[in-house]
Design a protein around this ligand. Structure first.
Ligand code: SAH
Ligand code: SF4
Length: 353
């Protein structure tokens, strides 16, 4: 049964202010509540600066979170943690925390399942569940911050590269980015946030108008329509050249270099022809290409190329004059879905910020 109390993260600043006023509490209490959430409080009782009656009233009216962790997996000697959360209503999503020497990154989910249905992707294989609410996205970050705070770390980067297509849940994603960036809540600069998309052009254009300069990552995977129509089916609606134009316009508007993702599928998109087509598409553009060795998914016809083929393809792409990196396979043991783990994008975008 779903707890009828709204989760605290579902309240806007104005909502919480109104509630506080009703309960005779001064407006600065909101900052304190959010400050405790950002420090990882899991109950209202833990928010020690608040007067006891206020904590009791909050406990009666709100939940600290709507997410219920149902499984945790570790990888990379504990540097990578994946948590599976059950949502209200029974669907579940994953979030992955990746710890590095100089940063801590969260890979966040925006939908339970994904309606796009790329044939190489674990998320696209099961039926679409539902869109996440903005607060469910924010709660993944609050939980990551709780885990990291206990280790003396701080959540510094967020990549929208978990389950789901962020641009197909546009409003909630944009709202959640604003909440993540709010200095009174988590205070993560939009520069440290990457939104990855399979290519919903109208939403990319809309995002450019929002004045939140997140880094955009485009899941390209093929540079010709005929192949991309198969690998990323939304391409039939939004062809690859139009997509690159929209992405580059976003890059120019936001001042952020665009990342192009290329999941490497042996014999499918790792040939010289592919490298040349990619070169023709992106040459002389402010862009970065990330090659991601395919993370094996059962019941797909695809395989990852061997190391030598990955290296050879990288050299062919470089020969086209493009900036290109091979993504590390951090988190592989934590299984796919979020296992795409896109830390490298952040590293590359940091290099130009
Ligand atoms: N739906 C969005 C964001 C989530 S997927 C998108 O597609 O961009 C994040 C990235 O992981 C995408 O680039 C996606 O193509 C890639 N990916 C999906 N399945 C993969 C797999 N099995 N191995 C490697 N990368 C994968
Ligand atoms: Fe959806 Fe992205 Fe997976 Fe494609 S790769 S099915 S868009 S989550």
């Amino acid at each position: 049964m779903i707890d009828p109390r709204p989760p605290i993260a579902s309240l806007s600043a104005a909502d919480l202010d109104a509630w506080l006023t009703e309960h005779g509490a001064p407006a600065f209490r909101r900052k304190q509540v959010w400050g405790w959430l950002a420090r990882g409080a899991t109950s209202f009782d833990a928010m020690r600066e608040l007067p006891k009656p206020l904590r009791v009233a909050m406990e009666g009216d709100f939940r600290a979170t709507s997410l219920r962790p149902i499984a945790v997996a570790q990888a990379d000697d504990g540097l990578t943690t994946k948590t599976l959360f059950e949502l209200d209503g029974g669907h579940s999503v994953e979030a992955v925390v990746m710890r590095y020497a100089d940063r801590s990154t969260l890979c966040i989910s925006t939908q339970a399942g994904c309606p796009i249905g790329c044939p190489f992707c674990a998320t696209g294989k099961f039926p679409f569940g539902r869109n996440l609410k903005a607060y469910e996205i924010v709660e993944q970050a609050v939980d990551a911050q709780r885990v990291l705070a206990a280790e003396g770390r701080r959540l510094s980067h967020v990549v929208f590269m978990g389950m789901g297509e962020p641009m197909a849940n546009y409003r909630a994603v944009v709202d959640s980015v604003r909440r993540l960036a709010d200095p009174e809540l988590l205070g993560i600069s939009p520069r440290r946030i990457v939104v990855s998309t399979s290519g919903l052009i109208p939403r990319i254009e809309q995002l450019a108008e929002e004045k939140i300069p997140v880094t955009l990552a485009i899941s390209l995977h093929a540079a010709r329509d005929e192949l991309r129509d198969v690998l990323v089916p939304i391409n039939r609606k939004y062809p690859v050249r139009d997509l690159v134009d929209a992405a580059q316009a976003y890059g120019a508007r936001s001042g952020r270099r665009v990342s192009y993702e290329w999941v490497m599928l042996a014999g499918v998109n790792d040939t010289e022809r592919d490298a040349k087509e990619l070169g023709a598409l992106l040459k002389r553009k402010l862009a970065h290409v990330n090659l991601i060795p395919f993370n094996p998914v059962d019941d797909t016809p695809y395989h990852a190329p061997d190391r030598a083929s990955i290296r050879a393809f990288k050299l062919m792409v470089e020969a086209q004059g493009l900036n290109v990196t091979v993504r590390d396979t951090r988190g592989r043991e934590a299984e796919a879905a979020c296992g795409q783990l896109h830390e490298r994008v952040m590293r590359n975008s940091a290099a130009v910020s």
